[in-house]
Design a protein around this ligand. Structure first.
Ligand code: BG6
Length: 461
């Protein structure tokens, strides 16, 4: 065994409610922005497949949890659908939703799989979006009530909580680049949405700590290392700006309780500072995370801008840098993303150096594959050696970080079973378990799922 991990290392995978539950209507669930967006603009979704067709975990969760056990899970992250719990985002709790999530939690525990619950994974209830979504201060209050309801009902059994998954993604998708609802480009609103998300996270952390439950609460961030094209000061500065916008904007307030000064100065200069109340910054400062989840897929390759930015175009962070395609970079041939395994080590070392070596884990890492059916063998199994190699190569770097003292506690793959992924729907498959969409959503474990079982059993490879 060359790469041995600690005995209590968390092996598992991550998922989200909208992406796997299905049952988007019924049993009291309200609509969220994805249900609504699909209803009104289905052409935006790959092959016209919407959130009403996700992997049916709602019906099949017992079978799925059994499969998780077979795939060696000792932990599993899922999210609660806010609009299932509160059909209108606030007000009356939907008791059927409480029963459903209780059953899931209990079933996981029976199988010795620790439930990790994330509260928000891109799925704003429609009723709240109509009142402005994260642009609105009222939504922060509604979110804290929703979070407190979850702590109250499930906190006796759930000891790992997360306030958000990749909170920068709804900011980018909804308010800058058009891949989440409401798909507008407005930097001022983007900043307000980002600020409210961070404030909501801090207030949920405060509520959790006030409840005196004995678990931990954190946040899950997609941390994407930004590498400059060269050591030329202009390239280095460009990479620093990308890091500031896309990593430190959420990482600093979540872990250090403070927004980076350079970012604040820039927002002030451009007149983009968000509206806030007097005590907000204090709330953020006093309620930092206990635990950090890190999602890593691919790095950013950055160079200095070659042309002066068009100052009349809507403001986007790319005013300060350009992307470039590094010659010779290794690509995932099946998804078009770069694969750079050492990136995972660089992030972890940075968290150790600059963020007090906070307890952390890899909360998502994974390899998307288009048309994965082509890798199904005659017995019906997906032979995904590429995914096994991908995991091994990243785990080697995590192992190295562990040896150098990083406080990293686990590895969760994205994702357990193939699932629906927003506008990309079922285009890219990521699971350890395949889902046959054409055959009643039948599940079958992939070669990587069997490998993962060995990995977790041996605590290494
Ligand atoms: C992650 C998100 O960043 O990327 C997931 O947390 C998403 O929700 C995953 O499904 C994969 O994205 P895609 O576009 O490759 O399917």
């Amino acid at each position: 065994m060359n790469y041995l991990f600690p005995d209590d290392f968390w092996w598992g995978s991550a998922s989200s409610a909208t992406q796997m539950e299905g049952h988007a209507e019924g049993d009291g669930k309200g609509q969220n922005i994805w249900d609504y967006w699909f209803e009104t603009e289905p052409h935006r979704f790959h092959n016209g497949v919407g959130p009403n067709h996700t992997s049916k975990f709602y019906e099949k969760y017992k079978e799925d949890i059994q499969l998780m056990k077979e795939a060696g899970h000792n932990s599993f992250r899922f999210s609660i659908s806010w609009s299932r719990l509160f059909p209108d985002g606030e007000g009356e709790v939907n008791q059927q939703a409480i029963h459903f999530y209780e059953d899931v939690i209990n079933e996981l525990i029976i199988h010795n799989i620790e439930p990790f619950i994330n509260l928000y994974h891109f799925d704003m209830p429609l009723a709240l979006q109509k009142r402005g979504g994260w642009e609105s201060r009222e939504v922060v209050d509604a979110y804290v009530k929703y979070a407190s309801t979850c702590f109250k009902h499930f906190g006796d059994r759930v000891k790992k909580w997360f306030t958000h998954n990749e909170p920068i993604v709804p900011v980018e998708g909804g308010y800058l680049y058009g891949f989440h609802y409401p798909a507008i480009c407005d930097f001022k609103k983007a900043v307000q949405v980002g600020f409210h998300t961070i404030l909501a996270s801090a207030k949920a952390i405060e509520a959790y700590h006030d409840s005196r439950q004995d678990g931990k609460i954190g946040i899950i961030l997609n941390l994407t290392p930004s590498y400059p094209r060269s050591q030329h000061p202009e390239d280095v500065k460009a990479a620093r700006m990308a890091d500031l916008f896309f990593n430190r904007s959420f990482l600093d307030p979540s872990v250090k309780g403070k927004f980076p000064e350079e970012l604040v100065a820039l927002l002030k200069k451009e007149n983009f500072l968000p509206e806030m109340k007097e005590k907000d910054l204090e709330t953020i400062q006093q309620n930092t995370v206990d635990l950090l989840g890190i999602n890593y897929y691919q790095p950013r390759r950055i160079k200095a801008k070659e042309h002066l930015p068009n100052l009349h175009a809507p403001f986007v962070p790319e005013r300060y840098f350009d992307y470039y395609e590094m010659p010779g970079r290794k690509m995932n041939p099946y998804r078009g993303w770069e694969i750079y395994e050492k990136g995972i080590y660089d992030i972890l070392m940075n968290v150790k150096k600059d963020y007090g070596n906070i307890e952390c884990f890899i909360s998502e890492n994974g390899m998307g594959v288009e048309n994965e059916e082509r890798f199904r063998d005659e017995t019906g199994k997906i032979i995904d050696d590429y995914r096994i190699e991908f995991m091994q190569a990243h785990l080697k770097w995590i192992h190295q970080a562990l040896k150098e003292g990083v406080n990293v506690k686990g590895y969760h793959l994205w994702t357990f079973m193939d699932n629906w992924s927003w506008l990309n729907a079922y285009k890219n498959r990521y699971g350890l378990v395949s889902v046959h969409l054409e055959d009643q959503y039948k599940r079958s474990i992939k070669k990587s799922g069997q490998w993962f079982a060995q990995l977790s059993k041996n605590n290494g490879f």
